[in-house]
Design a protein around this ligand. Structure first.
Ligand code: NI
Ligand code: MN
Length: 228
């Protein structure tokens, strides 16, 4: 059994069957929705980062330095991380995939802003992405912060569990996320990127009603998990 754990806002961890721990978009310091503090994270093997905004990239450098985790992200973000002392990086580009020991990661298209937060990051910009993570038993799609895109139709039939933003304003809202479910046809969908601040306040049960019987909607409170 593998476990998808929601840490609040856009931060998830996956513990695979074999016990590898992936941390996605780590944002603990300053995250009003975080279920744990930065010092309670424990061992991490890989940190995956979809884009450079502070609510996704915020604690990536600190965690990589503390745990020795490999940073999987865009070439630009991995290059910036190297200037901040993170040598253990694996750069990727959109559309590219790579077979890691735990499974395959493919970078998917996301339509969102390119800035990178951090000291000395002014010269860096990074095209945001999502991740298609294929573990031995299931494939997960982390859309990242994104608009609804036609490109999502390319994922139809490939995804067991889709993790989709529903907060609106900065990303898809519930209606467009429902269209994303129609495009991707996952068995399970997990909403995220809502409720952390007033500007992205949403009722996830309304999203669940919109999705209806197209997919099983798993609404995770921060600290909750979904086993697969
Ligand atoms: Ni963002
Ligand atoms: Mn965000």
């Amino acid at each position: 059994m593998a476990r998808l754990h929601f840490h609040g806002h856009a931060t998830f961890s996956i513990t695979t069957d074999e016990g590898t721990r992936l941390l996605i978009d780590p944002f603990f310091v300053g995250n009003p929705a975080a279920d744990i503090g930065l010092d309670e994270i424990g061992a991490v093997d890989f940190v995956l980062c979809t884009h450079g905004h502070a609510d996704h990239f915020g604690d990536a450098l600190t965690i990589c330095e503390r745990t020795g985790a490999v940073l999987i992200s865009s070439y630009e973000i991995v290059s910036y991380a190297a200037t901040r002392g993170v040598e253990n990086g694996h750069p990727m580009g959109i559309g590219g995939g790579y077979d890691f020991p735990f499974g395959r990661v493919k970078m998917t298209v996301a339509l969102h802003g390119p800035s990178v937060a951090g000291d000395g990051a002014e010269g860096f910009s990074s095209t945001p992405c999502g991740f298609l993570i294929s573990l031995p038993n299931k494939t997960l799609y982390f859309a990242g912060d994104t608009a609804l895109t036609m490109d999502m139709q390319l994922l139809r039939g490939l995804v067991d569990i889709a993790v989709l933003p529903i907060g609106d304003n900065f990303t898809m809202g519930p209606e467009d996320a429902t269209r994303a479910v129609e495009f991707v046809e996952p068995a399970v969908v997990v909403p995220f990127h809502y409720g952390t601040w007033d500007i992205i306040d949403q009722d996830p049960s309304r999203f669940a009603s919109l999705v209806g019987d197209r997919a099983q909607v798993e609404i995770l409170e921060p600290g909750a998990h979904y086993d697969f």
